[in-house]
Design a protein around this ligand. Structure first.
Ligand code: B12
Length: 215
């Protein structure tokens, strides 16, 4: 099988809820190619998850399927994302990252974390369901260059404004840039709550943080 076929198999297996076949395809892609192959595989999983979300939204799939597709994606991403980090030195500055309180989605955040580590950033990954104070404390304690928040639920997007307000209250807002990403957000929303940038994907996010690090 060539790598295009393997990418096809990876997507189809995820959408067919076949864990074994998805893991096998991801392994072959990871073994067979370099960074570009791994990036393509990560994109394929992200695309497939877009379809999963649509099926769930349209009532074609139920929570059980959503959860299982999420588990497959987690397993596959667990194989792929560490390969994006290979050989990086931590010199470009510190970035604090987490998913906002009430939100447990972490696949997209983890991709950004891996890309940022791969580009030489030290990343303090706070995980999911992160309360306001933990974001702010971690930014202060690590003298972070940037704070990244992930948010996939419209019900939790209000958390972002709370974190920014607390950074301001503690006099940290000038020294920490704020970048946000995740399916619930838009550029307009990010601007409205006072974030410095919105990242529609992890690569754009990394480019933005690199610019901040260089200036
Ligand atoms: C997989 C999934 C799950 C999995 C999550 C597994 C996991 N470990 O993350 C599980 C099953 C747990 C889950 C649960 C739920 N989910 Co869900 N889920 C999804 C799904 C299908 C895919 C999300 C995903 O991982 N996408 C792939 C990644 C790679 O994309 P991404 O997150 O957008 O990240 C990219 C960019 O956005 C960006 N990015 C993201 N974060 C960040 C952060 C920074 C700093 C930067 C720079 C960039 C960046 O870079 C990433 C890579 O390019 C989405 C559908 C969708 N369209 O998003 C629904 C979706 C987000 N879920 C939804 C819902 C409703 C739920 C539940 C409430 C369902 C329920 N009734 O219980 C629960 C909520 C649980 C909770 N409290 O969080 C809704 C949200 C609707 C809304 N507008 O609020 C969606 C949109 C589905 C839908 N269409 O209805 N879900």
């Amino acid at each position: 099988m060539n790598s295009d076929e393997q990418l096809g198999t990876l997507k189809e297996s995820l959408l067919g809820l076949d864990m074994e076949s998805a893991v096998e395809a991801a392994r072959s892609l990871a073994d067979g190619g370099g960074q570009a192959a791994v990036q393509d595989a990560v994109s394929a999983v992200s695309e497939a998850l877009g379809v999963v979300g649509k099926r769930f939204q349209d009532g074609e799939w139920f929570l059980t399927e959503l959860v299982y597709a999420g588990e497959i994606a987690k397993e596959v991403m667990g194989l792929l994302t560490p390969l994006l980090e290979a050989g990086a030195a931590e010199a470009a500055g510190t970035v604090v990252v987490g998913t906002v309180a009430g939100d447990l989605h972490d696949l997209g955040k983890n991709i950004f974390v891996s890309y940022a580590r791969g580009a030489g950033f030290k990343v303090v990954d706070l995980g999911v369901d992160v309360p306001v104070d933990r974001f702010v404390d971690a930014a202060r304690e690590s003298s972070a260059l940037a704070l990244g928040m992930s948010c996939l639920l419209t019900s939790t997007e209000g958390e972002i404004g709370k974190v920014i307000a607390e950074l301001e209250r503690q006099g940290l807002r000038e020294s920490v840039k704020v970048i946000v990403g995740g399916a619930a957000l838009t550029e307009q929303f990010a601007r409205h709550v006072g974030a410095d940038a919105f990242a529609p994907d992890a690569i754009t996010g990394l480019d933005t943080v690199k610019k901040w690090s260089a200036s």
